[in-house]
Design a protein around this ligand. Structure first.
Ligand code: FAD
Length: 475
């Protein structure tokens, strides 16, 4: 029997659950279909479990910093088995709590795979205003609604010759399930995911080698930030190889064997493949070649569902979060899910505006950015200047014995367009930086702002008031 709803959401990660909550609170009869665990990648195998790991290694990092000055001595050790248990318990409990919260709001949660009824998410032949979704799983169902939100997220990308095999070559989800700490680890991919796992395992005593095909680690950041990060990581004992393309990664004799295009090889106990993420669109009736299907769904070059300025993927169909490939971050998924839900409720008419999207890489050495990089300002043709302040000059960074790194302000045509930082604890600066960038302030306005003393936030002010250096397009 067909069940009718006001809205159907496929995918129970941050994008889908936020939309479901707002729609249900707005009085809409809402169905949410999730095929694994509520909370999505973020809660089950992404943001949250990785931060449980990093939080456990944080005290050891602080101890090592202080030990260099002789101010602290002793040892802290991580009980990996207990850490794994704690992480699993928290994740499971939070997923269950999320289910209860959605149920209490009146959202009907279906356990199973949500797929279009026929070949795509087009109008239903018998009820032209409705889109039909079938649920494949323990209790199959057929659902209809005038609006469907696709929030199915993404999975680890792999390529021919570069695919996890579950033995020594692992993706991030497999790595999170390890029951022992490897002695050596190759990390293929120097983006956020690769960097966070590298940080954790290096703290656990693993010999970590990061391999990045682009000329720098953190390829989306400015080169000066990436270079400082590389220096700090190398000083902490990690090996960083950049600008070298990997031709293959396989398990041989129980170990991970990496071969570069230049023929050189590296061997380690395990390897993490962290070379990007791919949208979950299997079974949606979208052509992999990027052509528009009869229902209007279309994939971009990287496999994300193409959306218009209001996040519509097709008539009556929205796509939010990782699946549309705009920004692969949990807070972006949440923000988009909230916008679409408000739009369906008639509370939002204009196009979707993300504003500057804050981003962080967490660990002993962190990165944060709000707004544009200098590279982006220059690419957009704006007049670009940067001003910087070293963390060395900040008393709180010094007190914590972790003062490597700097904060940077990026100016576009005389207005603040971006802020970035590299160093210990700099993720804590991201919200203040975001608010400053949102203001698009001129230097004279910023001079009048008061910052609490003594805080790491004062490093933001130091960067904002430091002398500006103009940048040329080829710098
Ligand atoms: P997801 O969270 O991926 O949820 C999608 C859900 O849809 C999944 O539960 C999936 O099972 C379900 N699904 C898929 N297909 C179907 C179907 N056909 N039917 C039913 N259900 C389906 N982001 C941050 O902002 N900060 C971080 O620190 C951070 N750390 C990360 C660390 C790692 C290791 C990884 C892998 C990611 C990290 N991310 C981080 C990214 C973040 O997890 C994602 O951007 C976010 O989860 C995307 O949310 P989403 O709602 O779009 O999709």
């Amino acid at each position: 029997m067909v069940q009718h709803y006001d809205a159907i959401i496929i995918g129970g990660g941050p994008g889908g659950t936020t939309a479901a909550r707002i729609l249900a609170e707005g009085g809409r009869k809402t169905a949410l279909v999730e095929d694994t665990h509520l909370g999505g990648t973020c809660l089950n195998c992404g943001c949250i479990p990785t931060k449980f790991w990093l939080a456990a290694t944080a005290p050891g990092g602080q101890l090592r910093g202080h030990a260099r000055f002789g101010t602290l001595a002793g040892e802290v050790s991580v009980n990996f088995a207990a850490l794994q248990q704690r992480k699993e318990r928290f994740v499971k409990g939070s997923s269950q709590t999320l289910g209860k919260t959605l149920a209490s709001l009146g959202v009907t949660v279906f356990s199973g795979r949500g797929l279009p009824a026929v070949s795509g998410f087009g109008p239903c032949p018998e009820e032209a205003e409705q889109i039909e979704v079938r649920v494949e799983g323990a209790s199959p169902a057929v659902l209809r609604a005038p609006v469907v939100i696709l929030a199915t997220g993404s999975h680890s990308a792999s390529f021919p010759g570069l695919a996890p095999d579950g033995e020594a070559v692992l993706d991030s989800t497999m790595l999170l399930g390890l029951d022992a700490v490897p002695k050596s680890l190759l990390v293929v991919g120097g983006g956020a995911i690769g960097l966070e796992f590298s940080d954790f395992f290096a703290c656990m005593g693993t010999a970590v080698t990061i391999v990045e095909g682009m000329p720098q680690l953190a390829p989306t950041e400015d080169a000066d930030i990436a270079e400082e990060l590389r220096k700090i990581l190398q000083k902490s004992g990690l090996t960083c190889i950049t600008g070298e393309k990997v031709a293959g990664l396989i398990t041989r004799d129980g170990k991970a064997e990496l071969t570069f295009e230049n023929g050189q090889t590296l061997v380690a106990e395990k390897a993490l493949l962290a070379v990007g993420r791919k949208a979950n669109t299997a079974g949606f009736g979208v052509s992999p070649s990027g052509e528009k299907t009869a229902t209007g769904l279309c994939l971009d070059r990287r496999g994300g569902i193409v959306t218009d300025e209001c996040l519509h993927a097709a008539p009556g169909v929205y796509a939010v979060g990782d699946v549309n490939g705009r920004t692969l971050l949990a807070h972006a998924a949440d923000h988009q899910g909230a916008y679409v839900a408000r739009r369906i409720l008639g509370r939002e008419e204009g196009p979707y505006r993300s504003g500057p999207v804050p981003s962080c890489v967490f660990g002993q050495t962190e990165l944060m950015r709000a707004g544009k990089t200098a590279r982006e300002v220059l690419a957009g043709g704006g007049a670009c200047a940067v001003s910087k302040a070293p963390l060395m000059a900040n008393p709180i960074a010094q007190a914590h014995a972790s003062s490597a790194g700097f904060v940077k302000a990026v100016w576009e045509n005389g207005r603040l367009a971006g802020m970035a930082a590299v160093g210990h604890g700099v993720s804590h600066l991201v919200t203040a930086a975001q608010l400053l960038v949102l203001g698009g302030f001129a230097p004279e306005t910023l001079e009048a702002f008061m910052f609490a003393h003594p805080t790491l936030d004062e490093a933001l002010r130091a960067a904002l008031t430091a002398p500006q250096a103009g940048m040329a397009a080829d710098s």
